[in-house]
Design a protein around this ligand. Structure first.
Ligand SMILES: [Zn+2]
Length: 373
């Protein structure tokens, strides 16, 4: 059995001062003594400066220069991480957006030391997961095993200012768990792939709690802005649980299925059209339609998803993603090759171009039933 690392701390905080206090308390408690801060210049320098000052005070200003080092991430790549010298450091702290946190988690992994995640943007489920997506050769992004953070400290006052689009992207990545789980169950039924019930339980409940809340807001005619404002804590906690599901499973399976393969295929063929969470939500729209067409799920499940995605402003038309039908046919044909060992709903559709073309016509001309239950 794999050993599972669940973070000791999850704190949602409201000021730089609170983050600094929690960070120092945790460092004191765990006895860390030589710390690498991983960050970027803007817009995180204000919180980073405050954390640096607090750490200098704690570590004893006279010797702190050798016990604390700040690295500004220039390119979030494997090569960048490999050239950082972290001799006898015992903690990595990542402060910033997705690429900074991914860099910090991977840096901690190759140095075999713990990592603390302080995300300033919640745009995907990597804020607290055992996977990093970094650039490799030819500027391609690859998924790598990384260190699961020992603590997640979220500066809500900064996340709130990071913009609606990034949070919607984070929700898109979270909701896509529902599609990923369907694929995992399919692989279990048809290919006898090992399935982890607890990982599914965590991933599904995390996504469903937010999905159900969105449906409630739709039924009550409340605007999206109100949903995001009133449920930020639940959204962040659910995204954190999504990362834990991957750690429990020892694979990204509970949060990554055909919808992720579609997004990776878009990245590969067309260089990425939207952010990760927005692309996987679009992928989920397609995979959920395929499942409903093939009779794996009810038509109403697909219609509900459509209503939820539309409410969030996530793309449910070709033009809103910025792709043509011909390009999407190529994307779907190429997607399974992104990860041939991952059995998904895409393995169930005929690969003939005409079949896929007719299916897409039906999807994008599909008349909504416009009800939600
Ligand atoms: Zn994802």
């Amino acid at each position: 059995m794999n050993s599972v690392n669940i973070p000791d701390k999850l704190r949602l905080l409201n000021s730089n001062k609170e983050v600094a206090e929690e960070l120092i308390d945790f460092i004191k408690e765990q006895g860390f003594s030589k710390i690498a801060l991983i960050t970027t210049k803007t817009p995180n320098y204000l919180i980073t400066n405050e954390l640096e000052i607090a750490l200098y005070k704690y570590l004893d200003a006279n010797v702190a220069t050798s016990l604390l080092k700040t690295f500004q991430v220039i390119t979030p790549s494997v090569a960048y991480v490999n050239q950082l010298q972290l001799n006898d450091f015992d903690l990595v702290v990542g402060i910033g957006g997705g690429k900074v946190i991914d860099t910090a988690k991977y840096l901690a992994h190759i140095n075999n030391i713990p990592c603390i995640s302080i995300p300033t943007v919640i745009s995907n489920d990597g804020i607290c997961s055992p996977i990093s997506v970094l650039k490799e050769k030819q500027n391609k992004y690859i998924s790598l095993g990384a260190t699961m953070p020992v603590a997640l400290l979220v500066p809500l006052h900064i996340v709130e200012k990071s913009g609606e689009e990034s949070l919607i992207s984070g929700i898109g990545d979270l909701l896509s768990n529902l599609s990923a789980i369907e694929d995992w169950k399919l692989a279990n039924r048809e290919e006898d792939e090992y399935i982890d019930d607890y990982a599914i339980l965590i991933s599904e409940n995390a996504a469903l709690s937010v999905f159900t809340q969105i449906k409630n807001y739709i039924l009550q005619n409340k605007p999206k802005e109100q949903l995001l404002k009133e449920n930020l804590k639940m959204i962040i906690e659910s995204i954190a649980l999504s990362g834990i599901a991957m750690e429990v499973a020892g694979t990204s399976r509970p949060a990554s299925g055909a919808e992720h393969l579609i997004s990776h295929s878009i990245d590969e063929l067309f260089g990425g059209l939207k952010s990760h969470g927005i692309q996987v939500a679009f992928g989920m729209y397609i995979t959920t339609f395929i499942r409903s067409e093939l009779g794996y799920i009810s038509k109403n499940t697909f219609e509900e998803l459509k209503i939820v995605l539309r409410y969030l402003g996530l793309p449910i038309t070709l033009s809103s993603l910025g792709i043509t039908k011909e390009q999407l046919i190529k994307v779907l044909a190429y997607a399974p090759q992104m990860r041939p060992d991952r059995y998904t709903i895409l393995n169930k559709i005929k690969s003939e171009e005409r079949y896929v073309s007719e299916m897409l016509d039906k999807l994008f001309e599909n008349k909504p039933m416009l009800h939600i239950s």
